[in-house]
Design a protein around this ligand. Structure first.
Ligand code: NA7
Length: 494
């Protein structure tokens, strides 16, 4: 066997959102040679693109940070989008990451060169470069899904997707239409209902709402967090939070568990106790099981939706006209502003970048049937290509930062094999991945996400596209790669 030589790798990180920043910090700490490619002119990903009123992360703020960067400044139990964006900007500054980021640099293509064991990266502007490793940290929910409603283009006023918020659109004292009642639509109701003349909320499906507490942190509490970050850890690692993540994943993966019954009971009792008008109550009553769609965590939605300015329209939309939204019963809702809270294309990941691996296999082709990655981090036939928050990873009401950190811990151990010269290229085997998918799909079909509702958690065949096992199983799996599941090319010769 050839003698192994240590290798100085060149890394391309695609995306400067939460996961890309994480990878950059970790590589910089090791003194590695990396470049972050960001299509926009600022960092932040989701938290840069979403600026709608009411934008709040539904994970407690102290749990929605990097484990190594606690933050004392959160104003309340749940952080606003603007606060989170500030947090990431501060982290980037503190770790000196900005000089490593190329902004306005959209990756158009990545082509694997077998002879060189390298990726050839092409930017949209034509710039090209070679890299040994690609870290795809391009986010999940970043391509808006516009509704396929006839006449949308004919509407006279401002109409925009929530991730393309138009600050100039009339909201105050205006007649506002809002299509969509996912987490985004619900948060917008709670934020603008008191400003508008009338808010017509077009709701195709009602939501289950998990009541959560809400409180502001006092200046004294923030000072205490600053003085003693252990107080923050005590929240982050409390049974209240970590225990709730465990209970949540136990609940969604076992439909007979006491945990799922508890979630259903809490949501039902909250619903029954909160809505006063019987007609509105029937409009808001879901006909599917709680947690099938992403649960709405809210401390105020049921109260705010009962504000007199809000009208929940549950009829079928016939089309959009210059003046507003026409229902199939003939009613026309005349509007000054139309907000489209219709969600995202959740199956894009690094695309539209064209990624071509071994033997000309493209990600488009590999993902023709469903988006998948081995244990959510790597793809057979695509060596030295690793994903953070890639397909089939855990999703639910918990922190994706924690998920990305654990995935990084796993990927970093695979990178050690490349760094140490043990191999030039590493990718999961087709067999190991096929076995993972068979087990994953069988388990996914038994989760609550498959219990008879539509959501972005489902793939094109209606199978939940996520990690279908417990949080502890995920943590355990990510703690150490099983190298028998990977194929290693020849070592780097001395
Ligand atoms: P979601 O959760 O995908 O919600 C989209 C909403 O838009 C949902 O209520 C859909 O109704 C509705 N929708 C989509 N298309 C239409 C049409 N054509 N007509 C009427 N209503 C429509 O997106 P969000 O932005 O709220 O949340 C995404 C994630 O971001 C969230 O889970 C958090 O992780 C953060 P449906 O339920 O399909 O009947």
């Amino acid at each position: 066997m050839a003698e192994e030589t240590k290798r100085k790798l060149k890394y391309a990180i695609v995306g400067a959102g939460m996961a890309g920043i994480l990878a950059a910090i970790k590589l910089k700490e090791r003194g590695e040679d990396f470049t972050v490619f960001e299509k926009a002119d600022r960092i932040g990903g989701t938290w840069r693109e979403n600026r709608y009123p009411g934008l709040t992360c539904d994970v407690p703020a102290h749990a929605y940070t990097y484990s190594f960067e606690p933050y004392a400044e959160w104003k309340a139990l749940y952080a606003t989008g603007a606060e989170i964006q500030t947090y990431f900007e501060n982290v980037v500054k503190k770790h000196g990451i900005a000089p490593f980021i190329r902004f306005n640099a959209e990756v158009a293509a990545l082509d694997w060169d077998e002879a060189r064991s390298q990726w050839h990266l092409t930017l949209k502007d034509g710039t090209r470069a070679w890299f040994d490793v690609v870290i795809a940290a391009s986010g999940v929910l970043h391509h808006p899904r516009l509704p396929n409603i006839e006449g949308l283009q004919s509407y006279n006023g401002p109409a925009f997707h929530t991730a393309r918020w138009d600050n100039s659109a009339p909201i105050k004292d205006a007649r506002v239409g809002l299509i969509g009642s996912g987490s985004t639509g619900i948060q917008i109701v709670t934020a603008i209902n008191k400003q508008v003349a009338k808010l017509t909320h077009f709701q195709r499906s009602p939501q289950w709402v998990m009541p959560v507490p809400y409180f502001a942190y006092t200046e004294e509490e923030r000072a205490a967090f600053r003085a003693d970050p252990k107080l923050i850890d005590a929240i982050r690692y409390s049974d209240e939070y970590i225990g709730s993540v465990r209970r949540f994943t136990d609940a969604i993966t076992d439909l007979d568990s006491p945990e799922i019954k508890q979630i259903e009971d809490i949501c039902r009792e909250h619903f029954e106790a909160s809505i006063r008008d019987p007609a509105l109550k029937e409009k808001l009553r879901p006909n599917y099981r709680a947690a099938c769609k992403r649960l709405i965590y809210s401390w105020c939605y049921y109260e705010e939706v009962q504000h007199p300015s809000v009208f929940v329209e549950t009829g079928k939309i016939a089309g959009i006209e210059p003046q507003g939204v026409r229902m199939t019963d003939g009613t026309l809702h005349e509007l000054d502003t139309l907000i489209l809270a219709t969600g995202f294309q959740a199956d894009r990941f690094i695309r539209p970048a064209g990624v071509t691996g071994q033997g000309g296999l493209t990600l488009d082709k590999f993902w023709e049937r469903r988006c998948t990655a081995h244990l959510a981090v790597a793809v057979p036939g695509f060596p030295n290509f690793f994903m953070l928050n890639g397909p089939t990873g855990p999703v639910g009401n918990f922190s994706l930062i924690d998920i990305a950190e654990r995935q990084w811990g796993y990927i970093d151990q695979l990178l050690d094999l490349l760094r140490g010269g043990k191999t030039r290229a590493i990718a999961p085997t087709t067999e190991a991945h096929a076995d993972y998918e068979v087990r994953r799909i069988a388990a996914a079909k038994k989760t609550i996400f498959a219990a008879g509702c539509q959501s972005w958690y489902l793939d094109g065949e209606g199978v939940p596209a996520s990690w279908p096992w417990s949080y502890d199983a995920f943590v355990q799996t990510m703690s150490k790669p099983d190298l028998s599941q990977f194929s290693l090319a020849a070592p780097v010769a001395a």
